[in-house]
Design a protein around this ligand. Structure first.
Ligand code: BMA
Length: 926
């Protein structure tokens, strides 16, 4: 963290070294103006976290506190600090106060004099406050007005002309209305996976900087691949004070060096200032063969280089070190038999995008750059073979740290601009605000090699085309759409960045949408661009229901989070029941609980109707099994279709980004990692279905089984064998094996390895009559190389809906041993876990409560009575602790009577602990 901070901090030195940038981060005083209640405040920070720490509101993420604490959002809150100003600082011609993030409607006062007002939490604001400061003590005060009220006022004002819908979020969100009128993290007004915390606060750093002439606001790069060299254009942006348009007659020197190997200097005799801004640039040419390229995860190393830049104008000096990467990116949209392709090439290599969608990592903006959380989420993505993350448009432009980690892990970022699921006003002031936001954020972010695409918005084209909000065919909304996304955002983005592609919306038809006036083609077309697909009524394990699209950028199903995660949010043990008002409160998707039940019931038995903790544990488990298998099947279809078309000319799919990676609170959601960082079964499955090489079945409606081998590797795979095994429930043994031999898969290819008629195969296999075979057998797929080594994760087909088969009762036993690692005696973090079962056991799920870490596999089947896996704990822990905390669930024992009493005991004793340490009191101060 410290290292990164040093790298990213722009330091200004004026004259002698005494007068340095002063950070104003730290402890401030907060004041709720209506009741004149003071509290200790943190900067950077936010009001919900501050008031919780001060004990003035109940724990934000507990119980119903999102609603109980909502009154805070209607208050006006002041943040006050004393700043000691050194006389030396005041010798500089300008003293600049910079807020890197104010959330959102703030009035800024220096020694009681109002100096500015703000209205965009995505902007950095700088003001010359020299004339307001005095040597010694100064008071700095920032007064935040309610964003909820501001949004409502703006909506009412605009409604005199026409309504900009939607009028509000669905009631299930317990949210607030009209976030589309303000430039603030949309999810903070509530979403279908998250609570509303309409925050206020100074959410990013604050500093005071002296400047002689001009302040360097950003240093960035554009990198182009030329014939035999990389052209690195280093661009420096300045902000000036005083006359808006002028010429500064001072020499500006820029020096830069790439890892001390390549250097360049330039001297500019004048700075031409327009609207208080100026810029200059310098080029560094690096021979192609002197640096290594940056590659996405799975394609090579994500090589980064340090670029140091020093800028000097008069006695202002700014230095910055950037981590840059050398790579090209193209979004290929070429004519196909029908429609256009839609895929990324990195350094000329087509890359199948494997990944997920990123929502903000917290419900409140002050927690968005928590390094532990960001690293855990992005490392978990890398470990699951993901190479792309879509930063969704209802959150924020993430922290520098987020993109630095993505650069480091080789995770490409599809970056939405922050517009989602709404229509927007296009008043002059709104568009001007947006323009600043686009320009500033692109300047801040565009040196990151991880970012590969800018996208105008999330689902707004779909909303308009599909009349989600009653816009009908009214021209005004179409005009507004084009104005905002084409005339402002696209226009600015293309000026700002000539090195990356831009799409207007997700989903959209890419350039075909643009050719159709942005609003006149169905953005869900399978022949163009990207598609979002959700269906909660059909069988989620039926591969035939899924669209064969060019690029699937969103799809998914909800599941409940772990019982331990839920436990951390409850007010009373009875909250942990399926029908509790707590559970209902946490479900924001309208009819979400019914959908979840329906989806489970397509393949699995719904647990009995008693309202108990055990039943909730069963639901957690069943929803996670349903989600994991469904997303696996859907994702594998997308991977299967990478190299071919179906009969409708759909196919050549080149992306699968499931919805969603992470969570903002303890609730049912589409995430694969829950709020406490626990992997749901889906995340373990993602590690398999995104593996570089997979063997994957496609079972057609006519029950033809097509077996695909898919490789993302650069080299051909030869002499492979695909084994198709049939297991019988009763014996847990393979009763029949069918081998496909002498197979090969070309580099980066999806290939049909073989086809067979499933029912014929079952009959031949001698599982008895067809009906019996369907009900008593399981098909497993293995892919092996010439030496007999397994090179792909195991895969399965369930020939009959599992709820209708006679699953055997089983008795799963688990033995845990510390694992001896090479070069180490006994590790206190690594354990061998031997799982034994007298009968075949499906979807065996191991949980370790509050011991954080990962299993090498989870949600697996135990065939042949035994399976050995590993557990890696994130902290040292004794083997007895691991054994004591282990809870095992498998499909045949999900009903109350069949669950091990000891497993339930583990959960209950955790609950008891919680009860004794938790003192639940939500004190409302008004
Ligand atoms: C998509 C997203 C989100 C939403 C998700 C699940 O439409 O863009 O708005 O949370 O579906 O409903």
């Amino acid at each position: 963290m410290d290292r990164l901070k040093t790298i990213l901090t722009v330091m200004l030195i004026v004259g002698d070294l005494d007068a340095l940038t002063v950070s104003l981060n730290g402890q401030w005083r907060g004041n709720i103006l209506s009741s004149d209640t003071f509290f200790e405040a943190s900067v950077p920070g936010g009001v919900f976290t501050d008031l919780e720490k001060a004990g003035l509101i109940g724990r934000n993420l507990e119980g119903f506190n999102d609603v109980r604490n909502r009154w805070v959002a209607n208050e006006s809150i002041a943040y006050i600090t004393q700043v000691n100003v050194d006389e030396n600082l005041l010798r500089a011609p300008h003293v600049v106060l910079t807020f890197h993030g104010l959330d959102t409607f703030a009035e800024i006062y220096v020694n009681g004099i109002g100096i500015a007002a703000t209205s965009n939490m995505f902007l950095k604001y700088s003001f010359d406050v020299k004339n307001n400061l005095k040597p010694g003590k100064n008071e700095l005060k920032v007064v935040f007005g309610s964003a909820v009220k501001a949004a409502e006022d703006l909506y009412n004002e605009h409604s005199k002309k026409y309504i900009v819908p939607p009028k509000c979020v669905p009631k299930e969100y317990n949210g607030e209305c009209h976030v589309n009128f303000i430039r603030k993290m949309h999810a903070s007004f509530g979403w279908d996976w998250g609570a509303a915390f309409p925050s206020m606060g100074i959410w990013r750093d604050v500093e005071l900087q002296p400047a002689q002439i001009a302040l360097v606001t950003e240093i960035t790069t554009d990198i182009y691949e030329r014939d035999n060299f990389w052209q690195v254009v280093v661009i420096v942006f300045f902000k000036t004070f005083g006359e808006q348009n002028t010429i500064i007659d001072k020499e500006t020197n820029v020096e830069c060096s790439l890892e001390n190997l390549y250097t360049n200097k330039s001297a500019l005799s004048k700075l031409i200032v327009s609207n208080n801004e100026a810029n200059t640039s310098l080029v560094l040419n690096i021979p192609l063969n002197k640096v290594k390229r940056w590659w996405p995860n799975g394609y090579g190393e994500p090589q980064l280089y340090s670029l140091s830049v020093k800028v000097k104008t008069d006695s202002d000096v700014a230095e910055k070190e950037l981590k840059i990467g050398f790579r090209t990116v193209k979004l290929v949209q070429e004519r196909l038999e029908e429609g256009l392709s839609f895929y990324f090439t990195i350094n000329g290599i087509p890359v199948f995008a494997k990944g997920s969608n990123w929502i903000p990592s917290s419900a409140v903006p002050e927690n968005l750059s928590n390094e532990h959380t960001l690293r855990h989420l992005l490392k978990s993505s890398r470990d699951a073979h993901m190479n792309m993350m879509r930063v969704w448009g209802g959150g924020v432009y993430e922290s520098d740290l987020f993109y630095s980690i993505a650069d480091e892990y080789g995770i490409m970022v599809w970056q939405d601009f922050m517009f989602a699921c709404n229509m927007y006003p296009t008043t002059r002031s709104f568009l001007a605000n947006v323009k600043d936001e686009i320009v500033q954020n692109m300047r801040r972010l565009k040196h990151h090699p991880s970012i590969v695409l800018w996208a105008g918005n999330n689902e707004n084209e779909a909303a308009l085309y599909g009349n989600w909000y009653g816009t009908g065919s009214k021209e005004i909304y179409k005009r507004d759409y084009v104005k905002l996304y084409a005339d402002v955002i696209k226009h600015e983005a293309e000026i700002m960045d000539g090195t990356r592609p831009f799409v207007v919306s997700s989903p959209s038809n890419g350039i075909y949408s643009e050719e159709n006036n942005y609003t006149e083609s169905n953005p869900y077309s399978n022949y163009y661009g990207d598609v979002h697909y959700y269906n909660y009524l059909r069988d989620p394990w039926d591969i035939n229901q899924y669209p064969v699209t060019r690029f699937a950028s969103e799809y998914g199903f909800q599941a409940l989070p772990s019982i331990w995660t839920l436990m951390s949010a409850i007010e009373h043990p009875n909250d942990l029941q399926c029908e509790s008002s707590f559970m209902e409160h946490r479900q924001h998707l309208p009819s979400g609980t019914n959908f979840m039940k329906l989806l489970i019931s397509k393949n699995l038995d719904i647990p009995g109707s008693n309202n108990s903790l055990v039943r909730l544990m069963d639901y957690v488990y069943l929803s996670q099994v349903t989600q994991a298998v469904a997303v696996r099947i859907e994702t594998e279809l997308y991977r299967q279709m990478r190299s071919s078309f179906n009969t409708k000319n759909e196919g050549m799919t080149m992306g699968a980004l499931y919805w969603q990676l992470n969570d903002v609170w303890q609730a049912p959601s589409w995430s694969s990692i829950d709020f406490d960082g626990r992997w749901k079964m889906l995340h373990y499955y993602a590690k398999d279905f995104f593996a570089p090489v997979i063997i994957t079945p496609q079972l057609s409606a006519a029950r033809e089984l097509v077996v695909f081998g898919i490789s993302d590797l650069p080299d051909a795979l030869e002499n492979l064998t695909a084994e198709i095994l049939l297991y019988e429930w009763s014996t847990s043994k393979a009763v029949y094996t069918h081998n496909l031999t002498n197979l090969s898969i070309s580099p980066r290819e999806s290939k049909v390895l073989g086809r067979l008629w499933l029912d014929k195969f079952l009959e031949e296999a001698g599982c008895g009559s067809l009906a019996k075979a369907r009900e008593h057998c399981l098909v497993e797929f293995r892919l092996k190389d010439a030496s007999g080594r397994r090179i792909a994760p195991l895969n399965y087909v369930y020939p009959h809906a599992l709820k209708e088969v006679a699953l055997p009762r089983n008795d799963v036993k688990v033995k845990i041993e510390p694992r001896v690692l090479a070069n180490a005696s006994l590790s206190e973090r690594d354990f061998e876990v031997e799982v034994m079962s007298n009968n075949l056991a499906l979807f065996v799920w191991l949980e370790l409560g509050n011991i954080p870490g990962q299993f090498s596999e989870n949600g697996f089947h135990v065939l042949n009575h035994k399976k050995t896996i590993h557990f890696h704990s994130s902290q040292p822990v004794a083997a007895q602790e691991v054994t004591k905390n282990l809870v095992v669930t498998s499909l045949s024992r999900i009903s109350d009577t069949n669950r091990r009493v000891s497993d339930v005991q583990v959960v209950l004793s955790e609950l008891d602990k919680l009860k004794s340490i938790k003192c639940i009191h939500s004190r409302k101060i008004k």
